[in-house]
Design a protein around this ligand. Structure first.
Ligand code: ZN
Length: 306
């Protein structure tokens, strides 16, 4: 087994991946309050919102208001999710409010069709232009590949195809490629094999793991990626989030569960766990229901500290 990384980078995606999938309407003021709390935890990367079409995802129709309202804090990079050129144009009206963009497509044809209504090649062609424009605006670029570890409609997704799409995104200017287990189908053995291959094939690119805990395997998959040297993860406070299609695809792996486990393993994140838990507690208050994160319920492991 490889030596574990001594520290990793965590991007909090709850304000986008989470809020997008909540049935309740969360006010822009509450979102701003929660993002400001997250910014104060030591997190250095936060995906704040998405400039998707408001009629498609009404939960994020307040993107401009949220991005304008949040406090900018030294050392915290804000990213926004961009579906296409039009979304980028809207985001660029607030260029000074964020640092990075994420673009996305699915590795499987059927999921891409159902999610964004076009084929994978058509998505790639569109994203190439969008990524070029984002680069010209001085933005750092992440390409996220959904259904990287399995598709709810097609089943197995060939890792070679995922890596080929990743290479295309890198060639189009992405400094970082994220691999999304969008509907929680990955298992740790598969993740080991995948990240070993990705590391070989994608040199000079930041590789990011984005796991969902839909079937309770999120943390195990984090460890598997970590053991292959992955140093960048995306997670969601409170275990908020999921995927719009198919229904029932709930739950990103929770940030506090990931942070707690990593700290117990001696892997640093720079995040203060107590502050993160406080942000999730506040989110529970806003949503009026308990959230799924384990550490949120149980509290941090504290037996070592007395
Ligand atoms: Zn996700």
């Amino acid at each position: 087994m490889r030596e574990l990384p001594s520290s990793v980078r965590i991007r909090e995606v709850g304000p986008r991946d989470g809020f997008q999938n909540e049935p309740e309407t969360i006010s822009a003021a509450d979102k701003v309050r929660l993002i400001d709390m997250l910014s104060a935890t030591g997190l250095r990367r936060i995906e704040v919102t998405s400039f998707v079409r408001p009629d498609v995802i009404p939960q994020l129709s307040d993107a401009a208001g949220v991005l304008t309202g949040v406090q900018r804090r030294e050392g915290v990079a804000f990213s926004v999710l961009i579906p296409n050129q039009r979304g980028l144009e809207r985001a660029l009206e607030l260029r000074e409010r964020f640092d990075e963009v994420s673009v996305f497509l699915s590795a499987s044809e059927t999921h891409n069709q159902r999610n964004v209504n076009r084929g994978v090649e058509e998505s790639l062609a569109g994203l190439e232009a969008t990524l070029a424009a984002a680069g010209a605006a001085g933005l750092r670029r992440e390409g996220v590949i959904a259904t990287s570890f399995g598709c709810p409609y097609e089943g197995e997704v060939a890792p070679g195809r995922v890596l080929e799409i990743a290479e295309r995104l890198a060639a189009a200017g992405c400094e970082e490629v994220g691999f999304g287990d969008t509907t929680g189908m990955a298992n740790p053995r598969q993740v080991h094999g995948f990240f070993a291959a990705a590391r070989e094939r994608l040199t000079g690119i930041e590789l990011t793991a984005h796991f969902h805990n839909t079937r309770g395997q999120g943390l195990a998959n984090v460890v598997a990626a970590l053991e292959e040297g992955c140093e960048s993860f995306e997670s969601s406070f409170g275990e908020l989030g999921g995927c719009p299609v198919p229904p029932g695809s709930t739950g990103n792996v929770s940030s506090e569960d990931v942070v707690s486990m990593l700290h117990e393993m001696g892997v640093e994140t720079g995040i203060e766990l107590a502050s993160l838990i406080e942000a999730s507690r506040t989110a529970q208050g806003v949503l009026g229901r308990p959230l799924g994160a384990h550490v949120l319920r149980a509290g941090p492991v504290d037996w070592r500290r007395d």
